[in-house]
Design a protein around this ligand. Structure first.
Ligand code: SF4
Ligand code: FES
Length: 373
């Protein structure tokens, strides 16, 4: 008979909950949910050993336990501190925590560039959210930020080390999902950097998951870079029979074009099930997938701006009037205009789409320029 697990009581921001012994404060707070949950930039529940690097999850322990109700002298990392019976924790109800978190954000932004307008991660970046929710609107840092050249990790992944916050998640993915880790954090202190050292390509079948776990835009999908803003895309759940992985993904579509494929994520932004590189990078046609339906997007996310769930569509009298007949198009835009040609698929263009991609195509800009002299 399975042994009954002992439950212990913890109170976080005046809300009490019973959890199993060995649960971290962060996970207990996640069970309560909402604002009570501290942000986490390095902890990842699916990756063993993660956490304890970024300090964004700091909380105040106002009483250690019922046996020893003394407060803990310093703020603690909630992802690495387990609850005790009778523990009282303060997160958003603690001024010390709010002040410390501002400092942590300032530290993370010492070297991280404020390049959200050109960063592919904008709109789904955990550091961007953290900055808005917990950051201060100025920095005391007066020196040059450190910068690095971009580095390709094989054909599919690009590392932009300048944006890395050294959370170690990608190294845990490589350790725990692939049979050989060929990248890691080199050097120490302010010289630390993620690298493969000799720029060895990471060609393992599951290496693409590093992109999904990266909380910032340091690791990006080379097949998607600069193709589209995430809030212009419609995420839909889809699956396929895959021999290597679960085959359950989110497709990010614009019209009928699949711009990128990612693993599905839960409410904490963590991957639900890992996917392989074939599903992620090589299956970019809608016909490769069985579509299940729209992905539920949190209404707080900028991606929900283009949401299409529970839409109330006003009554359109036209179909009734037409009575099954096809309407005659007033104008076929492509017969009079050379832009937005339907045969050019933005998602299949190498690198960022550029005006040159339209040049020299039949009816492209060159033809237009020649025509106008
Ligand atoms: S590249 Fe991304 S996932 Fe890897 S350590 Fe840097 S921030 Fe973390
Ligand atoms: S999430 Fe706890 S230290 Fe980073």
């Amino acid at each position: 008979m399975a042994e009954e697990k002992k439950l212990i009581k913890v109170t976080i921001d005046n809300i009490s909950i019973e959890v199993e012994q060995g649960t971290s404060i962060l996970n207990a707070a996640r069970m309560i949910g909402g604002e009570v949950t501290p942000p986490a930039m390095c902890y990842y529940s699916k990756l063993k050993g993660s956490g304890g690097k970024c300090r964004t999850c700091l909380v105040e322990v106002a009483a250690g336990s019922s046996a020893d109700p003394r407060p803990m002298p310093k703020l603690v990392a909630s992802c690495r501190t387990n609850v005790m019976d009778g523990m009282i924790v303060k997160n958003i109800t603690s001024e010390k925590v709010i002040d410390a978190r501002k400092g942590v954000v300032e530290f993370l932004l010492i070297n991280h560039p404020l390049d959200c307008p050109i960063c592919d991660q904008a709109g789904e970046c955990h550091l961007q959210d953290l900055g808005y929710e917990h950051g201060s609107n100025e920095t005391r840092f007066e020196f040059d930020r450190r910068t690095f050249d971009r580095e390709d990790f094989g054909p599919y992944i690009q590392l932009h080390m300048t944006r890395c916050i050294l959370c170690y998640r990608c190294t845990y993915v490589a350790d725990q999902l692939t049979n050989q880790r060929v990248h890691g954090i080199l050097d120490r202190g302010d010289h630390s950097e993620i690298s493969t050292y000799i720029s060895k390509a990471i060609d393992n079948d599951f290496s693409g998951n590093m992109i999904d776990v990266c909380p910032v835009g340091a690791l990006t999908d080379r097949t998607f870079r600069f193709k589209n803003r995430v809030w212009f895309l419609k995420p839909v759940e889809a699956h396929r029979n895959c021999e290597k992985c679960c085959g359950k993904v989110t497709l990010w579509n614009r019209g009928n074009e699949v711009f990128r494929v990612t693993a599905r994520k839960d409410q904490w932004g963590e991957v639900v099930e890992w996917i392989c590189n074939t599903c992620r990078f090589e299956k970019k046609a809608t016909s490769d997938w069985v579509i299940e339906g729209p992905t539920k997007v949190s209404r707080h996310s900028v991606i929900s701006q283009g949401h299409y769930l529970n839409q109330v569509i006003p009554n359109d009298p036209l179909p009734k009037v037409l009575n099954g007949r096809n309407p005659k198009l007033i104008m076929d835009i492509h017969s009079v205009s050379e832009v937005n040609r339907p045969e050019i698929h933005l998602s299949t263009i190498e690198g960022p789409p550029h005006s040159d991609d339209y040049k020299n195509k039949p009816g492209g800009y060159t033809a237009l320029e020649n025509k106008n002299g």
